[in-house]
Design a protein around this ligand. Structure first.
Ligand code: PEP
Ligand code: MN
Length: 338
């Protein structure tokens, strides 16, 4: 925040302003010219009301100069960021669909799912090889073997790969087989990890933390951007609320709000967003209508026997139906499904 002091303010006024700014918790840098004193207040909290400073005796103006995130903000870059891939782009007019199982389980499963989602129009094959599970006893993923299977399945059916890295030690292997590195909700505030992702040459999809505000989420994107990786996309995957009827609460409002605050593309994950199979398609429709740049959705050839998230995974024929519906909605808002 910049505080411009009135020309006729006394030294006592100025000292008073500085003291109060310090009380608010700001570091104050004073620059005194011939007729004018300007105070730079560092550490302005996003919710700080600058009027609290404007009313102080001796203050001419007080204004915020930055959001706490810079590289992620619309004021830094007015145009939307568009990331180009071999078979599509993300952030442009077309909406990209990423589909596949929660976890890669075996060759037959991943090839079967890859074939059906490719046929229905997906551009990316999703699937976890490293799985963040709430229980240490639950299936943890196939690791590098899973990534190899995914890569082969994706190549076979003309898809690209998106898969999760859970910590810095997994970045290299995920980069090797995957076209986008997914960062899970539980890692959104793992700042050392985010810094390491800043050094990656691969695009990163950053899921929203379970109870993260838009600002916290954008600050996490800022870690990756400031580390040198400009290819960051956001992913709304539902948040924790007081509601217990659904697994999470899909925050559709994140889509237009992130677009207003940031130039980064936003992908919607209706599967984790609501967590109940028969409600995934309505959430996907809503996300496209709200302006999402992509949809990432769980699809399984045999969800009843899935090793993770079967209850929220679509059957292949439901996925096909979802694609048909999304095409209609995309067209209604002047976009198309890639
Ligand atoms: C997933 O995509 O399967 C996953 C674990 O997602 P999240 O990090 O959003 O829970
Ligand atoms: Mn899942």
């Amino acid at each position: 925040m910049v505080v411009v002091v009135e020309q006729n303010a006394t030294e006592k006024d100025i000292e008073g302003i500085i003291r109060i700014l310090n009380d608010f918790g700001f570091d104050v840098h004073r620059s005194t010219g011939v007729n004018q004193t300007v105070l730079g207040a560092i550490g302005v909290k996003p919710d700080f009301d600058t009027r609290q400073v404007e009313v102080l005796p001796g203050v001419a103006h007080a204004y915020r100069i930055t959001e706490p995130y810079k590289l992620a903000s619309r004021s830094f870059r007015q145009e939307k960021s568009v990331f180009k891939f071999k078979n599509c782009e993300i952030g442009g007019n077309s909406i990209v669909v990423m589909a596949g199982p929660c976890s890669v389980e075996n060759e037959k499963q991943i090839f079967t799912v890859a074939e059906s989602v490719a046929k229905a129009g997906a551009k990316f094959l999703r699937g976890g090889a490293f799985k963040p599970r709430s229980s240490p006893y639950a299936f943890q993923g196939l690791g590098e073997d899973g990534l190899k299977l995914m890569r082969r399945a994706a190549d076979e059916f003309g898809l690209l790969v998106i898969s999760e890295a859970m910590d810095s030690s997994q970045i290299e292997v995920v980069e090797k087989y995957s076209d986008i590195i997914q960062i899970g909700a539980r890692n959104m505030q793992n700042y050392n990890f985010l810094r390491e992702l800043g050094k990656s040459s691969k695009p990163v999809m950053l899921k929203r933390g379970l109870s993260a505000t838009f600002e916290e989420w954008l600050m996490s994107a800022e870690y990756i951007l400031s580390g040198g990786n400009q290819q960051v996309m956001m992913c709304e995957r539902g948040i924790r609320t007081f509601e217990t009827a659904t697994r999470n609460t899909m925050d559709i409002s994140a889509i237009p709000v992130i677009h207003a605050k940031s130039h980064l593309p936003i992908i919607a994950d209706p599967s984790h967003g609501i967590g109940i199979r028969d409600k995934v398609i309505p959430m996907a429709r809503a996300a496209v209508a709200a302006g999402a740049d992509g949809i990432i959705v769980e699809v399984h050839n045999d969800p009843d026997h899935a090793k993770s998230d079967g209850a929220q995974s679509l059957y292949p024929n439901q996925f096909e139906e979802m694609m048909k519906q999304l095409r209609v909605i995309a067209e209604a808002i002047g976009r198309k499904i890639a």
